[in-house]
Design a protein around this ligand. Structure first.
Ligand code: ATP
Length: 527
């Protein structure tokens, strides 16, 4: 996405998400990030990258359960956008095809897209701590009446740190004597009175400076200016580069979409909040090519669709909002169009505010025009029905896959002091890494054999596990933390009446069903 985009503050007004007008104001999240991170590590969802070597900031590895969860979210998006796209306003299925393009492209691509010249975030350095911050990520506490009291800078969304500091450095002052404002609202001359987030002295923050977010590398044996290339900072440009190839090879007509899921890399100044802002992440992007006159209608259509999709994979409407970009937030390419709407989620570290999950932008004809000019290649579309030649406008729903995984993890985390595990992960069955577990109650009297037979039947269709060890309560606890929606237990009665006990993860309720109905039972619930 967008070169040069100021980040919006975490707390803001909340217009209703399309289709979910009566949102409740209560925050429904029950999770603290520390607890979530601990569970993800304990259960093999996510690990710090290079942990053996003290890690590397901004990079994460996905363990066995995390990989399944991420793949399930990815596959759900691909299915609902490419294999079986939504019905259009006239009731006919939309036409969307998929591509998988190279991470490294000709560097001229990024000149045309504006990333080489403009993919910059202004940053401030702290001379005392040597830390670097995004200018638009810092907030300050300023005393309302007394200008001799220093101002305290803190990272947006991390106010605890400043409370501690206030106690230490401004003894006798109460928090309500201060007002909060964004660092961007202060003149640089006033930085002299600001104490940086981890600093002790005032005046150590530098003026904001531009910092290019693209990772550079060299292609080929010779490393010089001419062999510089970039790791893609977004998947979108690979789509624009193949717009003509798709038109020439597939039977698509405007309006149509091209979708891609893949890795993107940004040398973020301050990677933080776990996998929310990392330096290597995955995106799910679709470029919808349409006639300029229809762009506004399609923009509304996609905003609504995408909000509903996130709800369909289990994010509650209470924690989602659709927010229009302010005029000063709009990326250069989105000017003059229907604007950009962000679909935002209330993460624990943004609550009671929201953080971006997906942007739905009207990119007008910016990208095709740029590539047409820079590559000197005609990219106009001839519309046989309208008898008109034009550059299509583009509506872009651009979502984060890895950021989506974080939202799904936050939403799923459900504390329950009554259970041995004290917590269970309430994943939508479609996303659950393990769909069902099979337990023989004891490892004797024919139960393991019966369990293995059921496991052999189910494993070809679903991600299922068989677990024969430990007390059954411990096995349930393990599956609760993994977010497995159903556990089938084979007990003493099973051999006689060919039934099993199904235990429901969310209610912990149990029922008995015939063993030959287990497949149908799961099929019905996985839809
Ligand atoms: P942000 O304002 O949070 O930096 P952005 O507006 O630059 O995000 P886009 O360029 O529109 O984001 O990218 C589309 C999506 O990719 C975002 O909505 C987000 O879900 C995801 N994304 C962007 N940057 C990161 C990152 N550093 N780590 C994880 N996901 C990211």
């Amino acid at each position: 996405m967008p070169p040069a985009r100021p980040e919006v503050p975490a707390e803001r007004e909340r217009p209703a998400l399309a289709g979910a007008d009566d949102l409740c104001e209560e925050c429904t999240l029950t999770v603290s990030m520390d607890d979530l991170v601990a569970l993800c590590k304990r259960r093999g969802f996510i690990f710090p990258a290079s942990e053996l070597y003290q890690g590397i900031n901004g990079f994460w590895d996905y363990g066995p359960l995390g990989t399944e969860l991420k793949n399930n979210l990815r596959d759900a998006w691909w299915h609902d956008m490419v294999r079986c796209p939504p019905l259009g306003p006239d009731g006919t299925p939309l036409s969307i095809v998929g591509v998988d393009t190279a991470i490294i492209q000709n560097p001229r691509v990024w000149e045309a897209s504006g990333h080489v010249g403009g993919f910059n975030d202004p940053m401030v350095d702290c001379r005392e701590t040597k830390n670097r911050y995004r200018h638009d990520h810092l907030m300050v506490l300023r005393h309302r009446d007394d200008a001799t009291v220093p101002m305290f800078a803190f990272m947006e969304g991390e106010p605890e740190a400043v409370h501690k500091k206030l106690k230490k450095l401004a003894k006798g002052r109460e928090l309500d004597e201060f007002e909060t404002l964004a660092l961007t609202e202060l003149a640089v001359a006033d930085f002299a009175h600001v104490i940086g987030p981890d600093a002790k002295a005032a005046g150590t923050l530098t003026e904001p400076r531009q910092f290019n977010l693209m990772f550079k590398t060299y292609v080929g044996a010779v490393q010089n200016e001419d062999s510089i290339a970039y790791l893609r900072p977004e998947t979108a440009q690979g789509i624009f580069l193949n717009y003509k190839n798709v038109l020439d090879t597939m039977r698509v007509k405007v309006p149509f979409g091209i979708a891609q899921i893949g890795k993107a890399f940004r040398n973020e100044v301050t990677p933080r909040n776990y996998i929310f802002r990392s330096r290597e992440f995955e995106q799910m992007e679709m470029e919808w090519f349409c006639h300029p006159d229809d762009a506004k209608t399609w923009h509304e259509f996609w905003c609504k669709q995408r909000g509903q999709w996130w709800q369909s994979v289990g994010l509650r409407s209470d924690d989602l909002q659709l927010r229009p970009h302010e005029a000063d937030e709009l990326a250069h390419y989105a000017k003059g169009g229907a604007g950009t709407f962000d679909i935002e989620y209330r993460f624990p570290f943004t609550a009671p505010g929201y953080g971006e999950l997906e942007g739905v932008a009207h990119r007008v004809d910016f990208d095709l025009k740029q590539h047409q000019e820079h590559a000197k290649s005609k990219l106009q579309y001839f519309d046989a029905e309208r008898k008109e030649r034009y550059l299509p406008h583009v509506i872009e729903p651009a979502g984060g896959l890895t950021r989506g995984v974080l939202a799904v993890l936050c939403e799923a985390y459900t504390a329950d002091p009554e259970r041995p595990s004290k917590v269970y992960m309430k994943f939508h069955p479609r996303l659950a890494p393990i769909k069902a577990a099979i337990f023989p109650l004891v490892a004797k009297e024919g139960m393991p054999e019966m369990a293995h037979k059921l496991y052999q039947e189910l494993r070809t269709r679903y991600a299922v596990e068989i677990d024969v060890k430990q007390a059954v309560g411990k096995r349930y606890a393990r599956m609760d933390e993994a977010g497995t929606p159903y556990c089938f237990t084979i007990d003493g009665d099973s051999l006689g009446d060919q039934t099993v006990t199904v235990r429901d993860r969310d209610t912990a309720g149990q029922q008995r069903i015939a063993i030959d109905k287990v497949g149908d039972f799961l099929a019905e619930r996985m839809r």
